[in-house]
Ligand binder design. Structure first.
Ligand SMILES: Cc1ncc(COP(=O)(O)O)c(C=O)c1O
Length: 379
């Protein structure tokens, strides 16, 4: 093991570093190409063209139509827009969701339930944390109201992945609207939205080496929704406000790079995850993994469950002191040992602590060796 690197960043499910090539593509739009895309003169037209080219590129990669792609401020806004539209514009009165959703979905749904606008059914989970599809079908079949099914494609804390096609086909069978939070998978997996039975999906640039504060909402061409943010005519009247021009350019560039590198990067990162699993199993007593890490799972995320001892309780704190960045649960609970609603829903054992490691193409086995050695020392 060599010298300690300055900082080890194993929290790529929270956010990723900006790819320098993405920054380079964005730079002209911070400087000389500053026109408002709504202006009719040359500066404005140049900016408009950049946005529409970005939209075309994103649509092509996801196998969607450009008219189905809306740029937003990120995953949270996209999910809020989709869920509210399903209730207010598409006639859904019954939401079927799971307790493992990100707060962007969970709190939006809870808000609608509190206001008395919808009823909520939580789908059962299997012991490995996957959604019980038989229970989902029972809920859909038994509903007397039009349903919105909102289930995330990949869980940001434990990495479990949903079968989008299986869920989408069930939704089709029961005439339900299907929204999936795909923030952890857009930029990490190929999508073929032409052939995926889903009405809404979401994406956030900062999860795949793009900029923060920019995302997409895909709205299938067969559903007609009203604007969520009112004002100017931007985003074809769907999302008012002067566009995040450099963010949109950066989002498209990051998605292009992620798509080009998918084969090599995903294999490499998956290798890191498996290596980390092997190393922690060898180094630490009574270690376990949350979710289904070697099954239907994100190759970027490894959720490690450790027995609770005085030492493991302090683990995030001690890792931080050693310049190692990890999460206890999702990004919003970074630094806290408890408070993850996901871990509570799948494994409510007060005698275990969870550390989430999440990797990118910039991580190395040497970093894993260093972190595992530190963990061994700490526990
Ligand atoms: C699964 C999931 N959904 C939604 C979000 C929210 O995305 P954003 O931060 O772009 O609003 C995140 C990011 O933390 C996420 O991991």
């Amino acid at each position: 093991m060599g010298n300690q690197p300055a900082r080890i960043y194993f929290d790529n499910a929270a956010t990723t570093s900006l790819d320098p090539v993405v920054l380079e593509a964005m730079m002209p739009y911070f400087t000389e190409k500053f026109g408002n895309p709504s202006s009719i003169y040359s500066y404005g037209r140049e900016s408009r063209l950049a946005i529409e080219n970005a939209r075309k590129s994103v649509a092509k990669i996801l196998h969607a139509h450009p008219a189905e792609i809306f740029f937003t401020s990120g995953g949270t806004e996209s999910s809020n827009t989709a869920i509210n539209a399903a209730i207010h514009d598409l006639g859904c009165r019954h939401i079927i969701s799971s307790p493992l959703e990100h707060h962007a979905t969970l709190h939006t749904v809870e808000h609608l339930v509190r206001k008395g606008e919808v009823t909520l059914s939580e789908v059962k989970l299997l012991p490995d944390g996957h959604v019980d599809l038989d229970d989902l079908e029972r809920l859909l079949a038994g509903s007397t109201e039009k349903c919105l099914v909102t289930l995330m494609h990949a869980n940001n804390e434990i990495g479990n992945m949903l079968d989008l096609h299986a869920v989408g086909n069930l939704c089709k069978k029961y005439n339900a609207i299907f929204h999936s939070d795909t923030v952890q998978t857009v930029g990490h997996f190929p999508f073929d939205l032409r052939n995926t039975p889903v009405h809404f999906i979401t994406g956030a640039g900062h999860k795949f080496h793009g900029p923060k504060g920019v995302g997409i909402l895909y709205v299938n061409e067969n559903v007609q929704i009203q604007p969520y943010i009112h004002g100017g005519a931007q985003e074809r009247n769907m999302r008012a406000g002067t566009e995040n021009l450099y963010g949109i350019v950066g989002f498209a560039k990051a998605l292009e790079l992620a798509t080009e590198g998918f084969e090599a990067d995903s294999n490499y990162i998956k290798g890191l995850k498996i290596y980390m699993m092997e190393q922690v199993k060898q180094a630490l007593p009574d270690v376990d993994f949350n979710g289904d890490p070697l099954g239907r799972s994100l190759y970027t995320v490894l959720s490690v469950s450790l027995p609770m001892t005085g030492k493991s309780e302090m683990i995030l704190f001690n890792l931080d002191i050693n310049n190692i960045c990890v999460s206890g649960g999702s990004a919003c609970t970074s630094g806290a040992m408890q408070g993850s609603h996901v871990i509570a829903a799948i494994n409510n054992d007060p005698n275990r602590v969870t550390v989430r490691f999440s990797f990118s193409k910039y991580n190395t086995k040497e970093e894993i060796d260093f972190v595992v050695a530190k963990l061994k020392e700490m526990i």
